[in-house]
Every structure is written in C-alpha cells, then in structure tokens.
Design a protein around this ligand. Structure first.
Ligand code: SF4
Length: 350
C-alpha cells in the first residue's frame, strides 16, 4: 500500500494523525485484505480509501506449493511479473504440534541487469526497479496468507529477483517501513540483504551503521572464475569486494554470510576449496555452500564432491554450513526465480 498516498488523502480530507495511525495499523498489524475489514474506521473513511487506495500493489497470478515452500507469481499494476517465495522451517514440538520459522525471500527488481551466468533471473535482463511500496507489499501478501493459520513472518531476505543495491533508495525505504514500529515492526536483525558485490553500495550500507544482515554472492574462489560467471567482478574484483566487506564489519561488528553455489566443473574442485579457504579465514565471515539448482546452463556438483569440498573447508577452520535448499521442485530455489514462462504466455491463469 502506498503510505504517502494514504497520508495525503487523509490529510486532504481533514483526518487527524491519530486516524492515519489507525489506518496504518489496520494494514500492517491487523493485516486486512480489504478496507471493508477496517471496522474501527468510519464508513465514510473506508469508502474513501476503498475508492482511491488499493491495499496491495499486486495481483496474485499463480501459486506453486511444495512441502516447505510457497512460490507466488505477482503482477504489478503496470503489468510486470515478479516472483516471491515463502520458506517454512517446520519442527515438531514435544507435544507433537508444529512450530516453525517463516522466511520470505523477496524481489527488489523485476528481472535483473547483472547477468550472472548461473541465474535464471539474470537471463531476463532488467524490466524495472520495484518501488518501496511494491517491496513491502510482497511481505504483507505473505503475512496475510500466514495469518490464516496463526503464523507470522519471522525473517525477510532480499534474495529474490534483482540486485537490491541497484535499487538502493527504495530498498532502504522498504526496510525502514518493515522495521518501523508503526509499520510492519519486524526486528532489524531479521532482515538480510544479499548483493553480488556492488562495492560503493556496500560501503554506503556500512556507513548507515544499520544492523541489517549482509550476504555476499561470492560463488568463485578467484577472479578468473568469478569473471566468467559474474560480470560484476570485472568492475569490482574479489580483493575490492572483501575490502568493502571488512569495512562493513568494522562499522557494524556484524557477521557476513558468503553464498557459494557449487557448480559442476566450474568452481567445485579440491583446489578451488583450498583457494576459498584462504579467502574465508576471517573471524566474522561465514560461508554457506549451496547446491546448484538446474537452470539449463550448468550441472549440479555430485553429493560426494560436495562432501569433499565441505570437508576441506572445515579442516581449514572455515565457519561453513550447507544451506538447506527449499523449493527446488517448484523452481523456487536460489538462482531459479524467473518469469520467462509468463512473458511468453501472458494470460496464465491461477
Ligand atoms: Fe541478479 Fe542475483 Fe541473479 Fe546475479 S544472482 S543475475 S545479481 S538476481
């Protein structure tokens, strides 16, 4: 929902700040899906908002569900398509009821201009930046779905379509709204931004001295490989990238996550693991190894090879985990988000 427009409309018609707060609360806390549900607002105000301010900037075009994830295809008001994913980490409690954390993986752009060769979104090119409102609305959309079974959003990661630091101002504004106690009110440490390595933006982000988590899509242990699979490396090589990360750590004292997708024959040799171990030796670095999900360009590293790679890093003392993969069966996993089918066939039905 366009919060500026809400304020403008209500101030124009003489409503007090208290009423504006009430309307915001209905959207962000009570997670209404229509202004008709905002029973604490007068009928006249509900009518005004219903006519002039849609609750969401998206329509839901398609839903794909697996046991641990839900992927949505959303259409913006000007006809752009984006994908956004809910990942559910469910555990069985001792009393046999279920409890869990819900992470929303959101998009910051429709498409992406960065051209990483292993990424489905990268093949689309950039359509346009999303507005702060559209970024927040992805979270609200899932929050409304989760509310139906008494659950809520626990974490938000900017790891969907797009490079968040290419849309810096809107991403930061969206984070402010998501964290605002009069907005969605999620803890700042429950938000993570992932970048392919735009060095000046990492430094700017560090200067904000925010407690938002930073993740880096590294995916290569040296410049030769990184240049081949991530064009950004030609502008900002690994040394420049790690210098910027160290600056962020110096400013925030926060741990940084490095993402590394293992791609068969590209970046997964034992030598590559040893090179990577040398880069990842710093105290607040954490490495997430990720299984490559087929996007039709490369093959996934075998389980045995993944184990060997992991063991080399562990033995070298690197803080390393294998990231659990969600939603591979519905193309919702890392590097798989793309709306290419919809662009070919725009009249997809739910
Ligand atoms: Fe863009 Fe990220 Fe895909 Fe690279 S990996 S093309 S930065 S969405």
């Amino acid at each position: 929902m366009d919060i500026e427009k809400l304020r403008y409309l209500m101030e124009r018609d003489g409503y007090s700040n208290f009423r504006i707060k009430q309307a915001k609360k209905a959207v962000y806390f009570r997670l209404i899906s229509s202004w008709d549900e905002a029973s604490d607002l007068s009928e006249e105000l509900r009518k005004l908002l219903k006519n002039e301010l849609p609750i969401s900037s998206f329509t839901e075009v398609r839903k794909q569900e697996s046991k641990d994830s839900l992927k949505l295809l959303l259409k913006t008001n000007d006809g752009q398509f984006i994908e956004t994913v809910l990942m559910r980490h469910l555990n069985q409690k001792q009393d046999e009821t279920m409890e869990g954390r819900n992470t929303i993986c959101i998009s910051s752009q429709a498409g992406c201009p960065m051209g990483c060769s292993f990424c489905a979104t990268g093949k689309m090119g950039l359509k346009r930046n999303l507005t702060a409102e559209e970024i927040v609305d992805q979270v609200l959309h899932f929050a409304r779905i989760l509310k139906k079974d008494g659950s809520k959003v626990n974490n938000i990661v900017f790891m969907g379509m797009g490079e968040p630091f290419n849309n810096y101002d809107n991403v930061m504004l969206a984070i402010k709204t998501l964290n605002d106690k009069d907005g969605f009110n999620i803890g700042i440490r429950h938000i993570s931004v992932s970048t392919c390595g735009i060095v000046p933006a990492i430094k700017k982000f560090a200067d904000e001295e925010t407690q938002v988590n930073l993740a880096i899509s590294l995916h290569a242990p040296n410049d030769k490989i990184r240049n081949q699979i991530m064009p950004i490396n030609k502008a900002y090589n690994i040394k420049k990238l790690l210098d910027a990360v160290d600056y962020y750590i110096e400013k925030t004292n926060r741990k940084v996550m490095f993402e590394y997708i293992l791609i068969d024959g590209v970046n997964d040799s034992e030598e590559n693991a040893r090179e990577l171990a040398k880069l990842m030796h710093k105290k607040l670095y954490h490495l997430n190894l990720i299984k490559y999900h087929d996007t039709g360009v490369y093959k996934s590293t075998s389980k045995d090879k993944r184990r060997i790679f992991f063991d080399i890093l562990k033995k070298a003392g690197v803080s390393t985990t294998f990231r659990i993969s969600f939603g591979e069966d519905i193309s919702a996993a890392c590097g798989q988000l793309s709306t290419k089918e919809v662009m070919i066939e725009p009249n997809v039905k739910k």
